[in-house]
Design a protein around this ligand. Structure first.
Ligand code: BGC
Length: 743
């Protein structure tokens, strides 16, 4: 029976209401047995359940119940397949039900502003559109099982350094165009049961105490109906947080209920505000109670199989010179690298899962290749043993038909809680790479890392490269599937791999200092930044190879609706053909470019994608629809999304740097220029069709206004200043001009 929230609000005492707005322990809400309100449990996390019914912590120290560890976010985002994320979400939901967990604390959809962020492995992409579509897949999947989600960490939580105190100074435009859209998409289309507000400040105010974030944007602009929970320890001032819109403080602090009671009693807090928060908590508990009495189990084997499929689909084939991959079963294989037998498949911190089992790549490869040998090649802790290990690996590699070399980041290199200081692979591993490649040129490098690493040296030496990311508990079997061709790689990079850290647009402003970080690059995050600065990159956003080949042809666009009605839409259709000799999947990527804009815009932005699997020789039409938002930018001037009329290129890319097809459309709509006033500049008047018309008579009498060079020199001055100086016009002229403007 659902709770009768209105009735309960009438029965609860002030103390009980105050206690309901904090948890009762690390993972439980507060019960009020007197009136039949049970406690419900929440648990991390994004790629596997970390249910701790007993001893608890939020940094991944303590044991949790065994659960399937699916690929981490940076891995599964590379699948570019929202339905895969939905299936993983459904599996997470089933596991949560089996553990009586009502809300899963994920997905994390913060943008990868810098490759250094320690938690990038938990985040999906550098692109807000992609992150939104993929995050929605998880939320829909989990919530279809009757379990809630917590979309986190809202907002502008893009670094670990000083994460509890740092103030992210970020423009409204960058918030709306880059840092909000993934949340907005998931909230408007998926209504997640909860949203987790972040630790940091956003433009001066902690997220948990930020009414603009939690009420104006989240609830009023996006229509959010669910509950806002604080990140664990993100409430710094209890009453302001309640007033700003944080419904539930986690974990509880002993002093909190008394602080709230005092504030209501003294009149500092309006009790109706408390009632609103309590109502939201009770509504959550009411929905969440459904899992309390279920007696369910989940199919460990089936979930492991899904984790294996997901890990294979998450891998990105970055290089495959001479078609070295896949490797036939008869290949005399030399497997090198400690990571082959000591797998790293997830990251550290609150998302750490206690896996139901772990597939070891080495065992899987030894089973798949009869003639396989192994050499560790390097130690996970660099040291004197590295030299003999390297020599031994080079000797073993020499006699093989091909070498599979595992390289990656050791666990200590990346984690929740701190950021990286560089993007390099460990030096001892690179030394092994050089030695092995010298002994045998037929080297496939398999990478295990949560955040991107610099790959120029690897690309220079290895013949093939497979980016596996942190692929979850079945990554070991998935890599065997990929190498032997049972699975055909279809992942695409959800983030750019640059040549140098310095090329990233956040470089000069990350991670800030003195508890302040300025998002100086504005909207130019990820490929938007590399493209705008025309910087060469190692592997662009959207890049990924396959064992088969695809052709994309016949781009057609059909425009519908109009800007004024807010329903502009463009239907985009292409034909995709598998021209190779294997089954495989291709990702059609649609980018939009504003050909000429009056504000700075990225050269291109991803606005649609679709993944399609095809048998050799088969073709299909792939369609997607671009809505009005796909052509809009956030106008700081107007405080809203606007479309600037004019030409737009719709580009179909194999990746963000390889555009295969382009068609131009012209969009009509009202001008986005600010209305003319006496303070508009001479150039603004001249560029405006009405303004320039009004200036014609004046121009005929003014030598100054007729001199193009002088107009350029004084053109950026406001008309009021020019009139004050008597330059080309006087105060009376200006008054007449302004009066003649259409109202
Ligand atoms: C993390 C959250 C996590 C919470 C509970 C916090 O430290 O930032 O992502 O859900 O702990 O473990």
């Amino acid at each position: 029976m659902p709770l009768d929230v209105t009735d309960l609000l009438g029965q609860l005492t002030l103390e009980e209401k105050a206690s309901l707005t904090s948890g009762s322990s690390f993972w439980y809400t507060t019960p009020v047995q007197r009136v039949g309100v049970p406690r419900v449990m929440v648990s991390d996390g994004p790629h596997g359940l970390r249910a701790q019914p007993g001893e608890s912590d939020h940094v991944g120290l303590g044991e949790s119940l065994p659960a399937t560890c699916f690929p981490t976010a940076s891995a599964i985002a590379s699948s570019w397949n929202p339905s895969l994320l939905r299936r993983v979400g459904e599996a997470l939901g089933r596991e949560a039900r089996a553990c009586h967990v009502s809300v899963i604390l994920g997905p994390g959809v913060n943008m990868k502003r810098s490759p250094l962020c320690g938690r990038n492995f938990e985040y999906l992409s550098e692109d807000p559109y992609l992150a939104g579509e993929l995050g929605l897949g998880i939320v829909d999947g989990v919530q279809s099982t009757g379990v809630g989600t917590s979309v986190k960490h809202f907002a502008a939580n893009n670094q670990e350094h000083d994460r509890l105190r740092v103030d992210a100074i970020v423009s409204e435009r960058a918030l709306h165009e880059i840092y909000f859209p993934a949340f907005e998409r998931i909230i408007t289309a998926g209504q997640p049961w909860t949203v987790m507000c972040s630790y940091n400040k956003v433009n001066g105010l902690s997220a948990s105490e930020n009414p603009w974030l939690l009420n104006t944007v989240l609830r009023q602009q996006w229509g959010y109906q669910g509950l806002v929970v604080s990140d664990w320890g993100a409430v710094y001032h209890r009453v302001p947080a309640l007033q700003a819109g944080t419904d539930l403080e986690m974990p509880p602090r002993a002093a909190s209920p008394a602080e709230i009671v005092d504030a209501v009693t003294s009149g500092a807090l309006d009790e109706t505000v408390l009632d609103q928060r309590v109502a939201t908590v009770l509504e959550l508990v009411s929905k969440a109670m459904a899992v309390l009495d279920v007696e369910e189990t989940f199919d460990e084997q089936a979930h492991h199989q899904l984790a294996r499929e997901a890990a294979a689909e998450s891998a990105v084939l970055l290089k495959n010179d001479g078609g070295l991959l896949p490797l036939a079963a008869s290949t005399r294989l030399c497997v090198v690298g400690e990571f082959a037998r000591t797998p790293r498949f997830q990251g550290a911190g609150s998302s750490q899962v206690n896996p139901t089992r772990v597939d070891i790549a080495l065992e899987e490869l030894l089973a798949a290749y009869e003639n396989a040998t192994f050499a560790p090649g390097y130690g996970l802790d660099p040291g004197p043993k590295d030299d003999p290990l390297r020599d031994q690996a080079a000797t073993a590699a020499r006699d093989a038909d091909a070498v599979v070399l595992f390289l990656g980041l050791p666990a200590a290199a990346e984690s929740e809680g701190f950021d990286r200081s560089h993007m390099h692979l460990p030096a001892n591993q690179l030394a092994t790479l050089r030695a092995v490649c010298q002994a045998n040129p037929r080297v496939v490098v398999c990478l295990v890392n949560g955040s991107t690493v610099l790959l120029d040296e690897v690309s220079a030496h290895a013949q093939a490269i497979v980016e596996l990311w942190l692929g979850g508990q079945a990554a070991g079997s998935a890599v065997a599937d990929l190498l032997n061709g049972t699975a055909n790689p279809s992942g695409r990079l959800a983030e750019t791999i640059p040549h140098r850290l310095q090329d990233n647009s956040s470089y000069l402003n990350f991670p800030g200092d003195s508890s302040r970080v300025t998002y100086g690059e504005g909207i130019f995050v990820g490929y938007r930044g590399y493209d705008a600065s025309d910087v060469d990159v190692a592997y662009p956003f959207g890049f990924g190879l396959s064992y088969t080949a695809f052709q994309v042809t016949d781009l057609t666009l059909a425009q519908r609706g109009c800007v004024v009605n807010g329903d502009l839409a463009v239907d985009v259709t292409v034909t995709v053909t598998n021209t190779g000799d294997r089954h495989g999947a291709h990702v059609v990527q649609t980018y939009v470019r504003d050909v000429q804009a009056s504000v700075a815009r990225p050269p291109r932005e991803l606005k649609g994608f679709g993944k399609v699997a095809l048998e050799p020789g088969d073709s299909t039409r792939v369609s997607m629809t671009l809505d009005q938002r796909a052509f809009s930018y956030w106008s700081e001037l107007r405080g809203e999304w606007v479309v600037e009329p004019g030409d737009f290129d719709v580009e179909i890319g194999a990746d963000s740097r390889t555009i295969l097809l382009t068609e131009r459309i012209t969009v009509d709509g009202p001008s986005v220029a600010a209305p003319l006033t006496a303070d508009s500049t001479l150039l603004e008047w001249l560029q405006d069709p009405v303004g320039s018309g009004l200036l014609v008579p004046l121009k005929n009498h003014s030598a100054l206004l007729q001199d193009e060079h002088l107009v350029q020199v004084i053109g950026t001055m406001p008309m009021s200043t020019l009139a004050g100086f008597g330059q080309g016009l006087d105060e009376n002229d200006l008054r007449a001009l302004v009066a003649a403007l259409p109202s």
